[in-house]
Each structure stands twice: as structure tokens, then as C-alpha cells.
Design a protein around this ligand. Structure first.
Ligand SMILES: [Zn+2]
Ligand SMILES: [Zn+2]
Length: 183
């Protein structure tokens, strides 16, 4: 259990990165502190964290757990939920931690800071989980890099789709979030 002073230091780090104090930073600190306490990674190299939304709490969970999308230690699953899963890849211990607080407990302004110090039981809940991580999703050198036969761009980490035995990228195979404008 961290002291209030230690929680303050973590919250300050989060505010600095995120840009403002908000309930998301406070809940994100609580989620990440609990997750780390549960899975006890000896080193940051043994930790993979999943976040389940891309709102305020994602920044706090990332900051406190010191995981990064670009290091493959942070994974994003867009469930629109205030939750994170913490995996110790050395011991395979994994827990999903989620917000328990009710909507009516929402507070405004500096008043929200009190939620940083409440008992775990009042702010978050958790349960053990198993997460199957594919080798192509782990940190480290890419296991597979191949060119798309259609657009010629490189595809990393086995994200290519085999069509008649040839590798095609996801946008070429099934459409993308963008539409190319021809001018
Ligand atoms: Zn925010
Ligand atoms: Zn392609």
C-alpha cells in the first residue's frame, strides 16, 4: 500500500504528461497502482498492460506503469471501459482491474483529489485472468516482416493476410479507416 505522499507524486507525474487534473488521472493511478501491486513485476521488462479505452485514464495507466505503445508493452483494446489488465510475463500472473465507483460519486474540481486516497475497495475491483499473447504481439525484434503484394508497403508482425498464398495488408484486403483521395 502506497502512502498518500507517494500517490501524490504519481498523480503529479500523470498531470504533467496528460495536461490536466481530472478524474481519469486519479482513477488511472488507482488502477495502475493496484495492478502493479497484484502482479509484482520485478522489472518493467516483465510487464504488459492492456487499456480498454483511449480517454484520460489511459494516459495515467501508461504513466504509472511506465508502459508504452511504441515498446509494445502497452496494448489498446477499444472496449470503452475504465479498466486495465496487468500481466507479469515472467510469472504469468495477470489481473484485470476496473473502476468500481458509482456515477453519483463523481466530484468536481480539486474535490476529486479525495478519491486518490480512498481504500481500494471503494474505488476499484479486480480479478485474476489469463491472457494469451501471440509471439507476434510481444516486445522484441519483429518475427515476420513481409511486403504487401498489392501496395508494396511493408507489413510487420504477422499482420498480413494470406490470399491465394500471397501476403496482403489489412487495408488492401478488407478496407481501411481512410479513403485515398486522387487529385
Ligand atoms: Zn483528463
Ligand atoms: Zn497493401
Amino acid at each position: 500500500m502506497l502512502t498518500n505522499k507517494e500517490l501524490d507524486v504519481l498523480l503529479e507525474k500523470c498531470i504533467e504528461f496528460h495536461g490536466h487534473l481530472c478524474m481519469g488521472q486519479i482513477l488511472g493511478v488507482r488502477i495502475a497502482v493496484k495492478g502493479l501491486e497484484l502482479v509484482k513485476p520485478e522489472s518493467n521488462k516483465d510487464l504488459i498492460v492492456f487499456v480498454e479505452n483511449d480517454r484520460c485514464i489511459a494516459d495515467a495507466i501508461m504513466t504509472v506503469s511506465n508502459t508504452r505503445l511504441g515498446r509494445r508493452s502497452l496494448k489498446f483494446r477499444d472496449y470503452g471501459k475504465m479498466a486495465g489488465t496487468f500481466i507479469n510475463t515472467k510469472t504469468n500472473c495477470a489481473y484485470r482491474v476496473f473502476v468500481k465507483m458509482k456515477q453519483e460519486e463523481k466530484a468536481e474540481g480539486d474535490e476529486i483529489k479525495k478519491y486518490l486516497y480512498v481504500n481500494d475497495e471503494e474505488s476499484v475491483n479486480w480479478y485474476p485472468v489469463t491472457v494469451s499473447l501471440h509471439e507476434n504481439d510481444l516486445p522484441g525484434k519483429p518475427k515476420r516482416v513481409i511486403e504487401c503484394v498489392n501496395c508494396g508497403e511493408k507489413i510487420f508482425d504477422g499482420k498480413d493476410i494470406l490470399v491465394n498464398g500471397e501476403s496482403v495488408c489489412i487495408p488492401c484486403n478488407s478496407g481501411a479507416y481512410f479513403v485515398k483521395v486522387n487529385n
